[in-house]
Structures are given as structure tokens and as C-alpha cells.
Design a protein. Structure first.
Length: 305
């Protein structure tokens, strides 16, 4: 088990370094931030002076090495516009994203896993067909379109919920439902296929032959052995919700790191963009590592692999 964890840590470091490198280069291809920081009538001397103060006149390699050296100590720079450290800016927005992603994933799991299990047990029945239909429809709808539809129905026509903002719990409902609809189809379909793969196994037949009640066969034997791919997908989906909620946060004006990244890209705030990407990459690594540990706790046969 320790060997697997070491391997995951090494892969995680490589993922973070690769992400930092690509982001560092790509943001600098977006243009010169001094064209936004300074007024249109600024002289070339003023622009050069500002570029010098920001370190943008150094070679790309020098800039990158300097950034890595500071990032290794936890210093991800200062915003060009707000004059706040990147860590403090991300810290202000990250809790909102974690709240949104966590709530959406919890809501999706509450419905996806039970429906996936029942769909597998009663394969070919009406419930199975309805669940598969809803999963296909849910996977076919873009999240931003779902968000706009929910706003139109529940905020504008019915007036039950606010359309935007992140100041109260009522603001959380619509974006949470939007993201949960995005995560529901893949979790439901994988749960169904995983349970279908476990049900014909010999150890399930033996458990039934011993007289174990059916609900215990499902909850203990089937679910325990069928949860491994579900936990893995859970980690991937949670990472996607944290790092990929840009459109949803934009539609609902939710003050999370996705919206922060989009605004920072539009005004070429290089340090903030790089900082957001670093934190998201670290989040992916941590979630993946925790998923590996959880999978081996659920299924002891995998601990020595």
C-alpha cells in the first residue's frame, strides 16, 4: 500500500509541475498586462518601467525559475490589480467553491447511488429504463444551459430563489442543483454497471446460499465489492466540480475560484491565474490520494497491490 501511495505522490508532483509550466507559458501568450494596467495614453517609457517592476522584461526561463523558487515557499506572488497576495485572494474564494462542489456532489450521490443500485437489481424494468433515460438526458445538457433554465423557471417565473450571488444559503440552491445534474449521469451509470458486474459472482451466490437476507447481501457483499470504481469516479468528479465550475459560477455570479480565474484571465492578472491553477492541481492530487487510500480500506484484497 505504501508503494502505491509513493507512486501517487510522485505522479502528483509531476502533474503539479506540468500544470504550472503550461499555465506559466500560456498566460504570457495572452498579451501584455501593462496595456490594461496603464491608461491608453501612457508612454512607452512608463510601460517599460512597469514591466521592469513586474519582472516581465526578464527572460521566460528566469521568470519561471524565480516563480518556482517563490512558489516552493508558498509565495505565489501578488495580484497586479488588487495588491493582495494570491494566497489571500484564493483563500477568499476557495471556500465558496468547496461549498458549491461539496453540496452538488452530496446531492448527486444521494440520488445516483441508490438509483444505480436499484436499476441494476431490477435490470430491464421500468425503473431501470427511466434511470437510464434520465442519465442520458442529463449527460446531454450543458451545465450553463441547465443553469439558465433553472433561473428562468425558479427565479424569474416562480420567484422562489435568487438569480445570482453567494450571500445566503438560498443562493446556493440553483448552482448546486445545476452541478449535481452534471455529476449525476456518470455516477449512476457506473454504479449500475459495477453492481451488475458483482451480482453474478460466486461469493454473492454463497452469501445467499448461507441464508443471508437479501438486503444484507446487497449492502455488505455487493456494495462493498462494487464500490471501488465508484469511489474512483467520485474523486474524479469532485475534482472536476472544483476545477471546472467556471461556467456555473459565472452564470450564477457565484464568487468562487472558477469565476475568479475567468476574471483574472480577462484582465491578464498572471499571478492570480497561476495561483488558482496551482491550488486546483493540488486539490486533484489530494483527492486522488485520498481515493486510493479509501479504495484499499474498502477492499482489503487491493492493499498489497
Amino acid at each position: 500500500m505504501l508503494r502505491v501511495l509513493y507512486k501517487q505522490l510522485i505522479l502528483g508532483v509531476m502533474v503539479v509541475l506540468t500544470t504550472i509550466s503550461l499555465t506559466f507559458v500560456l498566460v504570457r501568450l495572452s498579451g501584455d498586462p501593462t496595456s490594461i494596467l496603464l491608461p491608453q495614453d501612457a508612454t512607452q517609457e512608463q510601460r517599460e518601467a512597469l514591466r521592469d517592476s513586474l519582472g516581465l522584461n526578464d527572460s521566460l526561463l528566469v521568470q519561471f525559475v524565480t516563480y518556482l523558487g517563490k512558489a516552493a515557499t508558498g509565495d505565489f506572488g501578488t495580484s497586479y490589480f488588487d495588491q493582495q497576495t494570491v494566497t489571500s485572494i484564493v483563500g477568499q474564494h476557495l471556500p465558496n467553491t468547496l461549498l458549491l462542489a461539496g453540496s452538488a456532489m452530496a446531492l448527486a450521490l444521494i440520488f445516483a447511488i441508490p438509483l444505480g443500485v436499484m436499476s441494476a437489481i431490477w435490470r430491464g424494468g421500468i425503473l431501470d429504463r427511466m434511470v437510464q433515460l434520465f442519465a442520458v438526458v442529463g449527460a446531454s445538457m450543458p451545465s450553463f444551459w441547465v443553469g439558465l433554465l433553472l433561473i428562468q423557471v425558479f427565479a424569474i417565473q416562480l420567484g422562489l430563489l435568487p438569480t445570482y450571488g453567494s450571500s445566503s444559503w438560498s443562493n446556493l440552491v440553483l448552482p448546486c442543483v445545476t452541478l449535481s445534474i452534471y455529476a449525476f449521469p456518470s455516477i449512476t451509470r457506473l454504479t449500475r454497471s459495477s453492481i451488475l458486474e458483482v451480482l453474478p459472482q460466486n461469493y454473492v451466490t454463497v452469501a445467499r446460499a448461507k441464508g443471508m437476507p437479501e438486503h444484507r447481501v446487497i449492502s455488505r457483499t455487493v456494495m462493498r465489492n462494487g464500490m471501488v470504481p465508484i469511489v474512483t469516479l467520485f474523486a474524479l468528479e469532485l475534482g472536476n466540480l472544483i476545477g471546472g465550475a467556471v461556467l456555473t459560477e459565472t452564470v450564477f455570479a457565484w464568487e468562487g475560484i472558477g469565476r475568479l480565474a475567468l476574471n483574472s484571465i480577462s484582465r491578464r492578472d498572471f499571478p492570480v491565474v497561476q495561483g488558482v491553477v496551482v491550488y486546483v492541481a493540488l486539490g486533484f492530487v489530494i483527492i486522488t490520494l485520498l481515493a486510493e487510500i479509501t479504495v484499499r480500506l474498502i477492499n482489503p484484497r487491493l492493499r498489497d497491490k
